[in-house]
Ligand binder design. Sequence first.
Ligand code: CAA
Length: 387
Amino acid sequence: MNFELSEEQQMIQQAAREFAQSAIVPIAAHHDETGEFPLETIRQMGELGLMGIEVPEAYGGAGLDTVGYALAMMEIAAADAAHSTIMSVNNSLFCNGILKFGSEEQKQRYVRAVASGEAIGAYALTEPQSGSDAANMRTRAVLSDDGSHYVINGKKSWITSGPVADYVVLFAITDPEAGSKGISAFIIETNKPGFIRGKTEPKMGIRASATCEIEFENYHCPVENRLGEEGIGFKMAMSVLDAGRIGIASQAVGIAQAAYEAARAYVRERQAFGQPIGSFQMIQQKIADMKTRLDAARLLTLRAAWKKMQCEREGGRFTAEASMAKLYASETAMFVAHQAVQIHGGMGYSRELPVERYFRDAKITEIYEGTSEIQRMVISRSETGLR
Ligand code: CAA
């Protein structure tokens, strides 16, 4: 066992940290306040290779490994969770899915554009009536009589980057009698007729990451834009989410790290009853618990990233490892951010410091890409074999 990072992993970690601290930290509060999408910094992140970290250089990416991706996500999230949300969808849900299941032409056309930061990707699975029960979707894709295209109708909700996305990986029913085996995936170009952006969600946190409903009204999707075979869409969605959950776990570790560092600095400098508050045992307990949980979350996340790389070489699934990392890291982000607000007292509740933003941003990590309840279900099913 070796806990050392490789030279390449240290390089991407360092590059992401420098960019995050110099370019993102100064603008994070403004974008949180206004909800303005940070297009300029997202484009710069693309130029640095941060939008396609695991994408081979042949398709415009950085050609690094999953541990490198997790480390970079942690750094970006520590500066601003909203930037890391956009980054995670481009990397894990958009590029990763097409790389794994797409044709050479699809990779050249769509992965290259998103990995380089020229275009924004999205992932459309959730519908108003189907969140956790993802297979219960209604969006329908019907093959035309001449077999040249699918006609798509339906509504998707909570689509991260939906308001600005150029391309969307969409899941829709092609065979209504076949249950989860009747779902297929498509690559959607959003500038075509029949693609309609709906209301933007006013969110508690990650406010600069744009989220909206999207509607399809007789949208024509060429048959070449189906991703993989008909009927494998649900398994594809689930296996892509396995990778996505490592990204969200990394995001949660980044948020927790930022909240922890703010709290550690504050307990050294804030005086009460004639001494730094970090000398009080109740604060010492908080610091010890925050640090221990943060390190455990980081280790589970890097273990899941390592397991994904091992499965890619040798076969097998990393579903349970990804779910455990996402579950533990997201609950840790919530715990650490909550303690950080408490330690800061009134200042933790003030918008003048970023601690209250970490608290609001942390909450989403327990919800999207599978709630904590769903992660526990996945882990338990994997352990017992029982449904
Ligand atoms: N990898 C490969 N195949 C998988 C799989 C995985 N991780 N998980 C399930 N499958 C396969 C199963 O083996 C099964 O295939 P067979 O019938 O051939 O055995 C098939 O898929 C159906 O599986 P289940 O019967 O287990 O499916 P289910 O209906 O019981 O649902 C679930 C399982 C785990 C609850 C799933 O619905 C789920 O993960 N729900 C949460 C959805 C979610 O995470 N949504 C997030 C939306 S995206 C998002 O949030 C992005 C963002 O904004 C940033």
